[in-house]
Design a protein around this ligand. Structure first.
Ligand SMILES: NC(=O)c1ccc[n+]([C@@H]2O[C@H](COP(=O)([O-])OP(=O)(O)OC[C@H]3O[C@@H](n4cnc5c(N)ncnc54)[C@H](O)[C@@H]3O)[C@@H](O)[C@H]2O)c1
Length: 371
């Protein structure tokens, strides 16, 4: 198969769909890989690195779209990109169609077979192509919180790890999923006191076993939230209710009970945020202050570290990507987890939540693939 990767064109997107390492794997499977010149600049991979990995480098995105049977990207296609997709071509990337009727219309009109990273599943009921970005965001949350805590940045002026003879800071993490665990690892590594709040008792048990007494866990109630938020120096918001907006667990009123100069890092901002006072911010202006509390609410945190993020993403996407390249649409028929990733095929929506969110008709992936 001819596998193509254009340069990302969404504002401030520096990741790339295929790293040179991933290109080598596709080439080893007997595929031809076509890369747009400059596609890897954001992660420090020049055209020479791609050529050395066995790719053919072309000048324009148009050449990539025209010459490829499968397009591998990071972000959802932009209008100029979806206009170039065609029936019989595979598109493998993040799509996030539910809130995006325009893109959905574009993909339906193109006839493309679109597999969305975010709906591919695994045997454990997880979303394996979303998890690496949650790992990055979770780890970054503590770096962001520690930086915002510094006096010159508006924070309390406290070192999370303390020093001998001076107590460390306290980090409260709301939501002990992928983001929460990764935040906890970093906070523990810095020497902070750490509490994780979750509403799932099995999850709290796992966390308790994993951290072996190095963190404390609490069941999520209003009382627990108040106590742990009021005494925290950094609060990380990391809750997720799949398919729903994040619950507003920390109200504006609660900010007045917090320490002045404390920091909230609302990682769940991409689902609306779990602090009532959160609104999305960007890497160029990541924080703002309300009632003396510093808010960090960057909606695409992994974008700050494209080198790490692109490699983590490629590690996760490669396995399924190779199946698609090796077997084409047959891979979707045989692998139910990959089939769950199918969102659009030959002008029809094949994902129920997407169809429901947009009020459009759908057809079961299995039915349309068998036809
Ligand atoms: N801002 C970014 O750049 C960025 C990057 C990656 C992920 N995210 C977001 O981070 C959030 C968390 O992602 P994740 O992968 O860790 O999800 P996850 O499903 O692994 O974990 C979510 C956890 O929240 C818990 N939870 C749900 N309701 C709760 C409540 N009322 N109180 C306490 N805990 C509760 C769940 O039990 C679960 O353990 C999501 O909204 C995700 O989209 C943001």
């Amino acid at each position: 198969m001819r596998v193509g990767c254009p340069k990302e064109i969404k504002n401030h997107e520096y990741r790339v769909g295929l790293t040179p390492g991933a290109v080598r794997e596709y080439v080893a499977h007997g595929h031809e890989v076509i890369i747009q010149s400059g596609a890897g600049t954001g992660i420090g991979a020049d055209d020479g690195a791609y050529q050395a990995a066995g790719a053919r480098v072309v000048k324009t995105a148009e050449e990539v779209f025209q010459q490829s049977d499968m397009i591998v990207k990071v972000k959802e296609p932009q209008p100029s990109e979806w206009a170039q997709l065609r029936e019989g071509q595979l598109l493998y990337t993040y799509l996030h169609l539910a809130p995006d009727p325009e893109q959905t219309k574009g993909l339906l009109a193109s006839g493309v077979t679109a597999i969305a990273y975010e709906t591919v599943t695994d045997d454990r009921g997880g979303l394996p192509l979303l998890a690496p970005m949650s790992e990055v965001a979770g780890r970054l949350a503590i770096q962001a919180g520690a930086t915002a805590l510094q006096k010159a940045n508006g924070g309390r002026g406290l070192l999370l790890g303390g020093v001998p003879g001076v107590l460390p800071g306290k980090v409260t993490i709301i939501g002990g999923g992928v983001v929460g665990i990764n935040s906890a690892m970093m906070a523990v590594g810095l020497g902070a006191d750490v509490v994780i709040i979750d509403r799932s008792i099995p999850r709290l048990r796992q966390l308790d076993e994993l951290f072996r007494g190095r963190i404390h866990t609490r069941f999520s109630t209003i009382e627990a939230l108040e106590e742990e938020v009021f005494s925290a120096d950094v609060v990380v918001g990391a809750v997720l209710i799949p398919g729903a907006a994040a619950p507003k667990l920390v109200t504006r009123e609660m900010l007045s009970g917090m320490k002045k100069g404390a920091v909230v890092v609302d990682v769940a901002i991409d689902q609306g945020g779990c602090f009532e006072t959160s609104h999305p911010t960007t890497h160029s202006e990541p924080t703002y202050e309300i009632d003396g509390i510093i808010h960090y609410c960057v909606a695409n945190m992994p974008g700050a570290v494209p080198v790490t993020s692109a490699h983590a993403l490629n590690n996760a996407t490669l396995h399924y990507g190779l199946q698609l390249a090796d077997r084409g649409v047959k891979a979707l028929i045989d692998n139910p987890h990959l089939r769950n990733g199918l969102n659009v095929h030959k002008g029809r929506i094949t994902n129920r939540p997407v169809a429901e969110a947009l009020g459009l008709d759908m057809v079961e992936a299995k039915t349309i693939l068998a036809a």
